[in-house]
Design a protein around this ligand. Structure first.
Ligand code: PHE
Ligand code: CA
Ligand code: ZN
Ligand code: ZN
Ligand code: ZN
Length: 277
């Protein structure tokens, strides 16, 4: 898999920041900054040759949108999916939560197009609407899948918060094989990961897991505090939250650890290349 340039990921985060800045400071469900975020991501995917679709749903009296992007080719009865929620809370621009995951999977998707990847399995990327009100977009997507289509999803990988400023390196422990793809990659870089426990059931992998799809993912921590043991192996500040700006106005471009964002993005590229081959 290619090494993804973190500067490209950061460039996307800058765009998401300016979308929030020109739309009342957020990219929340039902607000204009959300749809503008969808349009920004969709345009890049369309230009790269993805087949994109917007799936609409309703919540709280407002329209929500999932963006689905398929890379043509591969066996359609074995679909490898990667997803990230694209909405923020209304308190702020949501750059770490979850511009970071959204931009990371965008750059991995664009790298697959640039490499003209011809995977054995079919690749699908998703940007979910309205995660912040309870995984509304991803739940809608799973509910709308025909049961035959559910069993065609080989694996679902979720990326929510990848650049926390006091980062942890957490790998979802829901499926041993998917977990190992990530832990092996980090181990080869001499980074000791921890199993992800803060977020069980708290992001868009939950509806997939409930539907019987195997799930995996990465996470750098939210409002929980880093232990001394974690600070010893990862650096950063013990006794302080992984993301002090979680769900706050200060979750802006300054609220990103570049190294964590870089490592996690490269780990996603490796997982997508490995799992789809
Ligand atoms: N889903 C949470 C949010 O968007 C963040 C989170 C992700 C928390 C993964 C824990 C684990 O606010
Ligand atoms: Ca990189
Ligand atoms: Zn959130
Ligand atoms: Zn989130
Ligand atoms: Zn877990």
């Amino acid at each position: 898999a290619p090494d993804i340039d973190v500067e490209a990921v950061k460039g996307d985060l800058k765009e998401l920041q300016s979308i929030a800045d020109s739309n009342g400071g957020n990219r929340a469900h039902g607000q204009p900054g959300y749809k503008a975020s969808v349009d920004f991501i969709k345009k890049k995917l369309d230009e790269a040759g993805f087949k994109t679709a917007i799936q609409e749903f309703d919540n709280g009296g407002a329209k929500g949108y999932n963006l689905i992007a398929d890379w043509p080719g591969g066996s359609e009865d074995k679909v490898v999916m990667a997803g990230s929620h694209l909405d923020s809370v209304s308190a702020g621009p949501g750059i770490n939560d979850n511009g970071s995951g959204s931009a990371a999977i965008l750059e991995v998707a664009l790298a697959a197009a640039k490499a003209d990847l011809k995977p054995a399995k079919h690749l699908r990327f998703a940007w979910w609407g309205d995660e912040e009100d309870g995984m509304v977009g991803s739940t809608h997507y799973v509910d709308k899948l025909a049961s035959g289509d559910k069993s065609k999803i080989d694996s679902y990988l979720n990326f929510d918060m990848l650049g926390s400023p006091n980062p942890g390196y957490f790998v979802y422990d829901d499926d041993t094989e998917l977990e190992k793809v990530f832990t092996d990659w980090f181990a080869a870089k001499d980074i000791k990961t921890d199993p992800e426990t803060e977020g069980d059931g708290r992001s868009d992998h939950a509806p997939f897991k409930d539907a019987g799809v195997r799930v995996g993912g990465l996470f750098t921590g939210a409002e929980a505090t880093k232990s001394q043991e974690q600070a010893d192996k990862w650096g950063g500040k013990a006794g302080e939250p992984f993301d002090p700006c979680y769900h706050s106005a200060c979750d802006k471009t300054s609220n990103i650890d570049d190294k964590a964002l870089d490592l996690n993005t490269d780990a996603i590229a490796n997982a997508i290349w490995t799992l789809s081959s």
